[in-house]
Design a protein around this ligand. Structure first.
Ligand code: BV8
Length: 263
């Protein structure tokens, strides 16, 4: 679906004014941020082999215990997918915004597209696809991993050189605690917000907790909360402004308006 190129004048003036006037911008991004790079969002039907599986069932320690090669096959395929795509214009716009305002990014995404676009990322609250570690002894696994160029339903996970256990992806599965450092970094970025600052909530359905609670925490600090999402979400009602558009269209227009105002 092609939508008309979003330009700054297509954005609500109060949204542009809020970001122009902000000293700090907290970005809370979800899978929709990477959709236009070609990475399927978490809730989109999984491709091919895993189509009939609910990702929320696959992304669990129970699924891993039951059948490590089946779960590893899914993650190795997703790692291959992410390696094969590039950051989109939305990622690049946020990297530019980071040169115009004090920007902190807390992402639910397990890809590295924000970083590859040039942003510093304060927190990956659900971990990272590429931060491999031993599922048994926890030792990080730094060796190169053969990634399949075609989806493989079952793939033997790499073996931990320290204890012989299975190597797992460094993501946070449902039922697992979020990484303390990433939670602390997110909460301190939220605490730093003051009235006049902005929280941009981009491409998340607002379903998964505790991350889904962060926009409300930002609002409680007095920040102006702006949702950028083509669809309504569980958190739309608590946002001050909603821009019904995509990350790769809205963010470049928004950042261009801020850049032009700064001149
Ligand atoms: C926790 C990594 C404490 C893995 C993910 C029972 C037992 C245990 C816990 C729970 C329980 N019941 C509930 C819970 C809490 C649970 C939870 O919230 N469940 C939900 C389903 C209700 N949370 C947890 O388990 C968390 N841990 O609570 O620990 C604890 C411990 C034990 C017992 C109790 C409590 C851990 C959750 C982390 C799960 N891991 N990812 C992997 O990737 O494989 S979650 C995963 O789904 C993503 O990371 C993301 O966070 C989440 C939701 O995905 P979104 O990013 O929002 O993407 P989604 O596809 O949903 O939506 C995309 C959005 O983008 C849409 O709105 C769409 O409109 C929009 N969009 C599309 N295209 C674009 C776009 N927007 C802009 N531009 C576009 N182009």
């Amino acid at each position: 679906m092609t939508t008309p190129e979003t330009t700054a004048d297509a954005l609500p003036e109060e949204v542009v004014a809020a970001v122009r006037g902000a000293r700090r911008v907290l970005v809370l991004s979800g899978a929709g941020m990477s959709a236009e790079s070609g990475v399927p969002t978490f809730r989109d039907a999984q491709t091919g082999l895993w189509e009939e599986f609910d990702p929320a069932q696959l992304a669990t320690a129970e699924a891993w215990q039951e059948d490590p090669p089946f779960v590893w096959g899914w993650y190795a395929w997703r790692m291959h997918l992410v390696r094969g795509v590039d950051p989109n214009a939305g990622h690049r716009a946020l990297a530019e915004l980071g040169r115009l305002r004090e920007v902190a990014i807390s992402t639910q995404n397990v890809d590295d597209l924000h970083e590859r676009a040039g942003s510093d990322v304060a927190a990956h609250v659900h971990g990272s696809l590429f931060a491999l570690r031993c599922a048994d002894c926890g030792v990080p696994y730094a060796q190169e991993v053969d990634l399949p160029s075609e989806p493989q339903e079952r793939l033997t996970p790499p073996e931990c050189p320290a204890c012989g256990g299975h190597v797992r992806p460094g993501v946070v599965w449902f039922g697992e605690m979020l990484p303390e450092a990433d939670v602390a970094a997110t909460e301190s970025a939220i605490d730093a917000l003051e009235p006049g600052d902005v929280a941009l909530v981009v491409g998340t359905s607002g379903i998964v907790f505790p991350a889904a609670g962060y926009p409300a925490m930002a609002r409680a600090e007095g920040a102006t909360v702006i949702e950028i999402n083509p669809l309504e979400t569980d958190i739309s009602d608590m946002c001050h402004h909603v821009v019904r558009g995509t990350a790769a269209e809205v963010l470049p227009a928004l950042v261009a308006a801020v850049r032009d105002a700064d001149r």
